[in-house]
Each structure stands twice: as C-alpha cells, then as structure tokens.
Design a protein around this ligand. Structure first.
Ligand code: AMP
Ligand code: MG
Length: 327
C-alpha cells in the first residue's frame, strides 16, 4: 500500500510517499522564509498553495511513480496555524476525491513520534519534541500518547528565534545562536522556569533580550540562553524517564539539530541506562514522510474518515488521539 502524506502546519509544505513496509520513497518540501519578522499565517498559506503543485511533482519524481498509483492520502489535520492547515487539507481532499482513494487526518505531533520510532527502531521511547511551534514531552501509556510536560507559553524554538531576531542575529535563529553559544565563556543568570512538569520560556526570552540591551556579551548570552532553556527541558524529560521507567529516549523536532541539547540528553539517558535516539534531520523537521507513515498506521489499524470529518483542528492535542495501532 502506498500513502501520500501532506504536511502543512507552519513554515513547511511537505509531501512524502511511504509504503506499508515503511520504505520512504519520497520526502519533498518547500519552506516559507519570511523576509523579516515571524511567520504570518496567511502569507505562509499562500506560499504553500503556490508551491503545492511543484512539491507534488517533485515527490512523484523522487518516488518514480504516477499519482494514480497512490492508495491512500494522509494530511496534517492539526495542530498548527489555521490558514496553513486549511491549505494542506484542501489539497488532500482534492487528491482523495480525484483519485478516489481514502483520506486520513494525522496529528502532527504524533507523526513526529511515529516516524522516529520507525526509522530508529525505537520500541517505546519517551520523546522530547522541540520545534518552532511545539515543545512537548510525550510517552505512550494506556492507549494514548500522554503529554508528560509541555510549554505553558512559547515553544523553545520560538524562544531562540525571537531572541535572535530581537538582538540582530541573522535568520535562522536556532543554528546561529548555537554557533555563537560555542564561543560563550561566562554564564549569565537567566530565569529558569519549570512548573511541575511544565515549562515556560517567555520570561527567559524577554530577560535575555533585556540583558542584550543592557550591554551583555552576545556570545555569553547565547551560551546562557541555551544552557538555561535546555537544562529546563532535560529536567522535565528526565522526570518523565524516571517516572515511566522507559528504557528509550528520543529527541525530535527542528531543535533536535542542536548538538548541545543532544549532548545533555545523551548524558541523562546514560544515567538512566536508556538508549538515546535522534532521527535524521530530514525526518526531525516538519516533513511529509512522517504524515504518510502515521496515516498508514492509522488506516491499517482501522481508522476511516469521511470528507466531512476532515475539518482542521488547530489545537488538536496529542493526548486526544486514541492510538489503535499500539498496545
Ligand atoms: P521546525 O519547527 O520543526 O520546522 O524547526 C524549526 C525550529 O528549529 C526553529 O525554531 C529553529 O530555530 C530551530 N532550530 C534549527 N536548528 C537548530 C539548532 N541547531 N539549534 C537550535 N534550534 C534549531
Ligand atoms: Mg513539527
């Protein structure tokens, strides 16, 4: 069975083609890069609509197939930016009706976990999913992916990106902050906020920007921002690992590219005798392949959707989804 999956929740419009054995035959994408400022939902949606055809053609070219060989259409039904979700959903509905094949809406966060489990051969990991739009500690328990901890305000990737923008570090924020952080020498105290199992990054971001305006060294600030934000992430993730006693830990999302965060998590995993996994970059960032794979899992476990059930869910929670394909 061949599934074509459409990702569209934020910057990236992606189309992946995956077969039921988990072979990734194509993973094509285009990413919207605003010239200045953050992401504007309607502009991103227009970008996705304008690029949908070329990304589809590229995916079919990579998979060396015709569109009518596709058996199933999957799409990111949420969570994400409304106009962007609606664009991907519209493309998915059109393909499903035109090809006369079933359609399945996929939860974006769960797709990140499932593609990592598949490619890394992780059975049952605690997952730290960190990106520009999400920050969650996820683990499977009693039929659902439970959220053990999450941000109460902004995602950690957004914290890095907005900080970068406000202090004049060029886009993309995350990798450039990481580069500067390597040259940082002095730790500047910044607000470290963990509330129960949840996190908060907006005070940290504001204070880091304020310290920049007060004249703090930018390299020291980048270093301190990373150390503070990542220590909080690792603390909450560690508590989830200790509580669940799971022996696998996975890091995914765009921020998974960060070597310092990987290093901290690898050390923590070792102390808990857990294996540590990070999917390859093309499958850690938002991508169509993960939507295809999660769509296949759902479909094979009996999930069926009518076109009327494909309305997007901007705030669709990870723990809202019954996971029929796992026990
Ligand atoms: P995504 O939201 O999954 O598309 O990933 C994009 C996010 O990942 C943005 O917030 C980037 O700043 C962040 N990111 C990418 N590379 C790095 C890095 N090396 N260190 C920290 N954050 C990163
Ligand atoms: Mg994502």
């Amino acid at each position: 069975m061949l599934c074509l999956g459409i990702e569209g929740t934020a910057h990236t419009f992606g189309i992946g083609i995956v077969d039921s054995k988990g072979r990734i035959l194509a993973n094509a994408a285009k990413t919207h890069m605003p010239e200045h400022g953050g992401i504007h939902p309607r502009e991103a949606a227009q970008f996705h609509a304008a690029n949908a055809r070329s990304v589809l053609n590229e995916a079919l070219r990579l998979a060396k197939m015709e569109v009518d060989e596709i058996d199933l259409i999957a799409f990111s039904q949420g969570p994400g930016l409304g106009p962007v979700l609606r664009t991907a959903a519209t493309a998915a509905r059109a393909l499903s009706v035109w090809l006369d094949v079933p359609i399945v809406g996929v939860n974006h966060c769960i797709a990140h976990v499932e593609i990592g489990r598949m490619t890394e051969k992780a059975r049952d990991p605690v997952t730290l999913y960190v990106s520009g739009g999400n920050t969650q500690v996820i683990a499977f328990d009693a039929g659902r992916y439970r959220v053990f901890g999450e941000t109460l305000d902004i995602p950690v990737g957004n914290c890095l990106d907005v900080f970068a923008r406000e202090v004049g570090i060029p886009h993309p924020g995350g990798p450039n902050v990481e580069r500067l952080a390597r040259e940082g020498k002095r730790y500047i105290p910044l607000p470290y906020v963990v509330k129960g199992m949840d996190l908060s990054f907006s005070g940290l971001m504001t204070e880091a920007i304020r310290k920049h305006h007060a004249g703090a060294d930018l390299r020291d600030l980048c270093y301190s921002l990373q150390e503070t934000a990542f220590a909080a992430l690792v603390e909450v993730t560690e508590r989830a690992v200790a509580h669940t006693e799971k022996k696998e830990l996975m890091l995914t999302g765009g921020v998974a590219a960060n070597s310092r965060l990987r290093e901290m998590l690898r050390l923590m995993a070792r102390e808990h005798a857990s294996k540590f996994y990070v999917p390859p970059p093309s499958l850690s960032v938002d991508n169509g392949a993960m939507i295809s794979w999660a769509g296949l899992l759902a479909y094979k476990s009996g999930v069926r959707q009518k076109i009327e059930d494909t309305m997007v869910r901007q705030r669709w929670r990870t723990d809202d989804v019954e996971i029929l394909w796992r026990t």
